[in-house]
Design a protein around this ligand. Structure first.
Ligand code: ZN
Length: 248
């Protein structure tokens, strides 16, 4: 049986021994958000959580429960609020409220939530935090990771490289419900991907997805390739940090 890596399932003794061996916390960043007609609403955190469970199995550390609230663009029109993909100009009748989305918080509130989470994690004994998932939430960590790390005495990072290879089809979670995210979901959670819900006519673009057409370019093999590249890469980055901590 695989070792338990989910925070909420660990007893205090098991928690302590995992944190002692590798003081890494993995934070899957939500949302509950429209991800095309074919993917579940929790796709953002299902991908990062699935990836983190495998990474923790290799390197050690503990996977946190997902944060399902996150920031995004917001516009108030006639008393109604529209977020992120609701505002995407290629959505017919945009802005319009896409079904199932429930996640939005202001940048300010998100920043306060992140501060609170980091403070608690440092207090619990962690020294490294890897956060990843929903684009705007992940970008908050990319932008503020250094500053937050210094403030909380933590190493804070995401799974993204530092800006290079931005458009690469093998970056982890770099589109919206298109070939990249669909492939990752196919590899991690195959029973939760419903390609049959996408329009059969390939000239009809699926509602509110951005990136390469998943009907033509998504596959479990591509998803597994993305996952393997980042597992190897993150494993070596984290091992380096762990060795450095041991030397200190
Ligand atoms: Zn997503």
């Amino acid at each position: 049986m695989a070792e338990e890596v989910l925070y909420e399932r660990l007893t205090p003794v098991d928690f302590e021994s995992r944190v002692e061996a590798a003081p890494i916390a993995y934070l899957p960043l939500g949302t509950l958000e429209w991800h095309g007609p074919h993917l579940p609403l929790g796709s953002d955190f299902l991908q990062s959580q699935g990836f983190f469970i495998q990474l923790a199995g290799r390197v050690g550390g503990v996977v946190l429960p997902p944060l399902f609230l996150g920031p995004d663009s917001m516009q108030a029109v006639d008393g109604a609020e529209y977020y992120g993909m609701d505002l995407y100009s290629k959505v017919p009748d945009s802005p319009r409220q896409l079904k199932g989305s429930a996640y939005w918080v202001s940048d300010r509130l998100f920043s306060e939530m992140v501060e609170a989470v980091l403070k608690q994690l440092r207090r619990a004994g962690f020294k490294i935090v890897v956060a990843h998932g929903h684009g705007p939430s992940t970008r908050h960590f990319v932008k503020n990771g250094g500053k937050l790390g210094e403030k909380h005495d933590l190493v804070v990072m995401t799974v993204w490289r530092s800006g290079e290879e931005k458009e690469s089809s093998t970056e982890f979670q770099n589109d919206h419900a298109a070939a990249n995210e669909t492939s990752i979901m196919m590899a991690l959670h195959p029973s939760q991907v419903h390609m049959e819900y996408l329009p059969k006519d390939e000239k009809v673009w699926p509602l509110a997805i951005i990136g390469e057409d998943p009907r033509k370019h998504a596959s479990p093999t591509h998803g597994q390739r993305i996952i393997d590249i980042h597992l190897d890469r993150m494993e070596s980055i984290l091992r380096e940090h762990l060795n450095k901590l041991k030397r200190e």
